[in-house]
Ligand binder design. Structure first.
Ligand SMILES: NC(=O)c1ccc[n+]([C@@H]2O[C@H](COP(=O)([O-])OP(=O)(O)OC[C@H]3O[C@@H](n4cnc5c(N)ncnc54)[C@H](OP(=O)(O)O)[C@@H]3O)[C@@H](O)[C@H]2O)c1
Length: 248
């Protein structure tokens, strides 16, 4: 029997690490959603790749139709959607941000996540198998940062969306589980971008440069493994918001 995973933002960072961890087991079938395609296709036998720019909401139904057409449901034991793709920009005070920067952050971090969750739940509604949605959120959802207002706002939205969906699912005949996850500080491109920001746009930049210098960042591989162990352990509450620091 197969465990199916749909993951967004698999080109690099945490998403890529999740795929690397999952494909170690042949029972896992991974459906990777990414904006750009590398040479992964040849290297990963139990992973399928779908190109999609998540900021284009109109493309999402077609994307999910394609993926669900490619799944052989006779052999499926569980299905999981991991909404991982995210953008931090604009890193600046909101009065200096452009309409495009603001829109892109909301489109990727919140709009696509909500639409993909909706389509996933629609398409799996009648399936009596284990179904899970994992939303990658951030401590920024509850800790305000000067210069990250859009990111903090969209991540707070992810948390409340997660809680609401858990209430809706509780009334379903074959409910799905859903939880949000704060991965702490991971050594990915997103952190590199933070370290490059200007102090006038992000006053805490020095602190983040210090995290890297002092070896405080978690590796994406460690975060991926920890998250997957946690999800497979079934020790989460539906609608819960989990910080990696609380589960390690
Ligand atoms: N790194 C941290 O310290 C940290 C801390 C807390 C939470 N998080 C969260 O963890 C998740 C993963 O972050 P990360 O650190 O791995 O970030 P990352 O290295 O910057 O990777 C972000 C991923 O999202 C994808 N993405 C961005 N815009 C997209 C779009 N329009 N369409 C499709 N894919 C798009 C990127 O694809 P491209 O390669 O095409 O750009 C990339 O695969 C995010 O939700 C982030 O908010 C990260």
């Amino acid at each position: 029997m197969n465990k199916i995973y749909l993951i967004t933002g698999t080109s690099r960072g945490l998403g890529h690490a999740l795929v690397k961890e999952l494909i170690k087991s042949r029972e896992n079938k991974v459906f990777c959603i990414q904006r750009s395609m590398g040479g992964e296709k040849r290297r990963m036998a139990n992973a399928n790749f779908y190109r999609c720019d998540l900021s284009n909401a109109k493309k999402l139904p077609e994307l999910m139709n394609c993926i669900f057409n490619d799944i052989d449901f006779k052999k499926v034991e569980s299905i999981t959607l991991i909404n991982n793709a995210g953008v931090l920009s604009p890193i600046k005070s909101i009065h200096n941000a452009s309409v495009e920067e603001i829109g892109n952050n909301i489109d990727v971090n919140l709009k696509a996540l909500i639409i993909l969750t909706s389509l996933f739940l629609q398409k799996t509604q009648k399936l009596d198998i284990k179904k899970t949605v994992i939303n990658i959120s951030s401590g920024a959802a509850i800790h305000p940062y000067d210069g990250w207002s859009v990111y903090c706002g969209t991540k707070a939205g992810v948390d409340q969306f997660t809680r609401c969906v858990s209430l809706e699912q509780a009334r379903q005949r074959h409910p799905a589980d859903i939880f949000a996850f704060y991965p702490y500080i991971i050594d990915t491109g997103m952190q590199a971008l933070i370290r490059k920001s200007d102090k006038k746009d992000f006053p805490k930049v020095k602190k983040f440069i210090g995290y890297k210098k002092n070896g405080n960042l978690l590796s994406a591989a460690f975060v991926a493994k920890t998250l997957l162990n946690f999800a497979n352990g079934n020790n989460f509450e539906n609608g819960g918001i989990y910080d990696i620091e609380d589960i390690t």
